[in-house]
Design a protein around this ligand. Sequence first.
Ligand SMILES: *Cc1c(COP(=O)(O)O)cnc(C)c1O
Length: 378
Amino acid sequence: MEFDTLCLHANHDKGNHYGAITTPIYQSATFAHGSIEEASEYSYSRLSNPTRAHLEKTVAALENGVAAFAFSSGMAAISTVMKLFSVSDHVIASADLYGGSLRLFRKINTAEGMQFDFADTGDIPSVEALIGEHTKAIFVETPSNPLMYVSDIAALSSLAHRHGLLLIVDNTFLTPYYQKPLDLGADIVIHSGTKYLGGHNDTLAGFAVVKTKELAEKIAYVYKTIGAALSPFDSFLIERGIKTLPLRMDRISANAQSIAKWLRCREEVKKVYYIGFADHKGYAVSKKQSTGFGGMISFEVESRALAEQILSGIRVFQYAESLGGVESLMTYPMRQTHADVPEQERLERGINDRFLRISVGIESEHDLMEDLRQAFES
Ligand SMILES: *Cc1c(COP(=O)(O)O)cnc(C)c1O
């Protein structure tokens, strides 16, 4: 089956007896066993639940993984995956990362005894230079949040495997519709399902998808023990979102392309960060490893006053955290997603008081451009 069909029919077994077209919400914490000798397929919803299992099989199929685990948030997925490591294990991560991932690595995992180095994972020699005796994994976001750096997944995966490391890729921004890290050699794919997979800004979710049975067993053990499982109702919502993933991504990408070009032509805009520009540093790698550019654009305007004017002037776009939903959103990373990054580091990276990030939605392109125009000119 092709990807668009898989989004609806990756798993025909809906586990119901009535022919319901959508997967029923099995809102049950526990499940009765047939007899003392006979354990039923499901026992307790922290371990697994039929609605969630259906969603997990769908996500595993979309990412070409052997198994997927659905979590109560993207951060729950990343936190659980990091439990594969222990004291003194070293991980090399992209320097440009989702703020919550940075906080987890730097504060919580570091306090637990793990070690981290942050690198431009688009530059293979600089990653290789950091590999040491205790290195266990490379963790990348590509494209990255919010500066849109692109890393070459296939090149990183051969580097990782030459040194016996795991390659973990946060695939939230492009989704398996545009990019399949496991096919390119990664071992674990992470998602904030809150974003494009769910796609409606209505619930939180996270995923870890693995390439091997061995990794699936290790994660299953941590998963059932830590208990950050996605609820049956949220599993239903995310599964419903996934059905329209290709349609939404096509529309979002087309809108984003036009908006990025428009922003680039404005004199007040100093820089536009968008992976779909032919002169983006990672363009050749994007063309090789992804089939689309997605809906994320960051840009820097000429003054703080203008950034604030735009944020207060937008009417169709909304000033809100998060991304990947049908509604277009604009964020001020300095104040929101990256507020916890030390100021000097933030400024060095370009996340200053003139820097805005937009997540393009599915509204009409005309209305979105008109909204930006009036916010720029108001
Ligand atoms: C939002 C996000 C996360 C965290 O996901 P939550 O669902 O908010 O916990 C992780 N990685 C990326 C790239 C994100 O955008």
